[in-house]
Design a protein around this ligand. Structure first.
Ligand code: UD1
Length: 421
């Protein structure tokens, strides 16, 4: 069993560079299946979700070359073959193979997606959109069969009942090579959606309105190869900003787009966090007194659910009481008990988390219950007195590129121990 061991209480300083966005790249890689030529991606994060996607792409017949943070993918050899449950279940974003395989072949046999357990995570909106575009669906065991019965998938007018990142992107993937026009209403507006639309358009697609509530896609017959720079990971950036405010003595976070983080930064400002925003970097000063605030997550551009857990240790440093309400994933509370085990005054009260600060954290053995809860454990470990051992770290490595190296460069006493009991 691998674990991360942190000796806390050390002040961190220096600079850290943010990697390409996980939630973009996990859609960009499946999107490449739709191209009739080689597509290169630059700024690809070194995370295990990317390793899993490359493995799946190669199994399907794509040729993949990886060099540093660049990927070159030739999807022309991809075969219309079943992609059963095993590999697919290692990550949630494997649902993007539904849209891209449907768009390319008009059919797909793909296992059900996995990912972090944040409570119920249905994919009904994805499936409703595919159905409206002429696909039929059947389940066989843990696999989903999607088919247009030999016909080309067609455009449709789709209203999303709930704002969903995955369903919006998946519908775009299925629609770019469909016959006719697709309109997605009540679309999600996350920056990753714009990033995927940019790649598709650079491949020759006609996607308009990405980043707004209405996206219109005119289907085309062919898409060509291109080169694309992945946007910076706003969740990784938010994690390092929270960490810098919690334990930093002056940390500059580079490769950040401030406009992707406005909801988050506004909250930090309300806490009294002092920082300076430049064109593509944010400098976080050493903090004195922080004020407790309440946090409520909402779809972009609101406070991201993915930052709710990473900000929690910082909230515990602030004076006063506050609540955290996750309106997207009510059950995203795995970090709460672990933080309480470290001595924090925090609990789940109905559909909210309630905390009282400042709490003194003590190092102990904790678990990363999911990816972003894992990030919270790392920050808490850096804040705590004594040694913190984090297990279940596979979650953390799914989404944080080179986290150990980046933190060591800032002066953290942190090690990844392989094969420990
Ligand atoms: C994506 C992100 C994830 C983030 C989440 C919300 C990726 C790979 N993951 O996940 O990190 O936490 O957005 O910002 O990009 N829903 C339905 N039916 C559906 C789909 C979603 O009811 O068919 C609900 C979900 O249960 C949730 C809400 O809609 O309450 C938003 O989910 P969604 O945006 O789809 O999340 P994901 O795309 O899975």
């Amino acid at each position: 069993m691998r674990k991360i061991v942190i000796n806390g209480g050390r002040p961190l300083k220096g600079s850290v560079t943010i990697s390409g966005a996980k939630n973009s790249v996990v859609a960009l890689i499946p999107a490449i299946i739709l191209a009739d030529g080689i597509v290169s991606l630059d700024g690809v994060p070194d995370i295990s979700d990317v390793d899993s996607l490359i493995d799946i792409m190669e199994t399907m017949g794509a040729t993949v070359k990886r060099s540093g943070d660049s990927l070159e993918i030739d999807p022309r050899g991809v075969k219309d073959m079943p992609m059963p449950f095993g590999k697919i279940n290692s990550l949630r974003a494997s649902y993007y193979f539904y849209g891209s395989l449907l768009g390319r072949f008009g059919q797909a046999i793909v296992g059900l997606p996995g990912g972090c357990d944040l409570g119920p995570r249905p994919i009904d909106l994805h499936l409703k959109a595919f159905e409206a575009m002429g696909a039929t669906m059947t389940y066989e065991g843990q696999n989903m069969h999607l088919s247009t019965n030999g016909k080309r998938i067609h455009g449709a007018h789709i209203f999303m009942d709930t704002v969903s990142v995955g369903a919006t992107i998946n519908t775009m993937l299925a629609a770019v090579k469909a016959k006719g026009r697709t309109v997605i209403e009540n679309a999600a507006r996350e920056p990753e959606i714009i990033d995927v639309a940019t790649l598709l358009n650079n491949m020759g697609a006609h996607v308009r309105g990405a980043g707004t509530e209405v996206i219109t896609i005119e289907g085309v017959d062919k898409l060509h190869g291109t080169r694309h720079q992945v946007i910076p990971d706003r969740i990784e950036a938010g994690t390092y900003i929270a960490l810098a405010a919690a334990v930093g003595e002056g940390i500059r976070i580079d490769n950040v787009l401030y406009e992707h983080l406005e909801g988050f930064i506004a909250k930090l400002e309300a806490m009294g966090v002092r920082m300076t925003v430049s064109e593509d970097s944010i400098f976080v000063e050493k903090q004195d007194k922080l004020k407790a605030v309440s946090v409520k997550t909402s779809p972009y551009p609101g406070f991201a659910t993915d930052l709710q857990q990473p900000i929690t240790p910082l909230l515990l440093k602030a004076e006063g009481t506050g609540t955290i309400t996750d309106t997207i994933y009510e059950k995203r509370v795995g970090h709460v008990q672990e933080l309480a085990n470290m001595g924090a005054d925090i609990r789940v009260l109905g559909s909210r988390i309630s905390y009282q600060g400042p709490s003194k954290l003590n190092g102990t053995h904790v678990k990363a219950t999911d990816l972003r809860a894992g990030a919270a454990m790392v920050i808490a470990g850096l804040m705590a007195e004594g040694q913190t051992e984090i297990t279940n770290i596979e979650f953390i490595l799914r989404g944080y590129s080179n986290i150990i190296e980046k933190l060591k460069d800032l002066g953290a006493d942190i090690e990844l121990i392989d094969g420990a009991e």
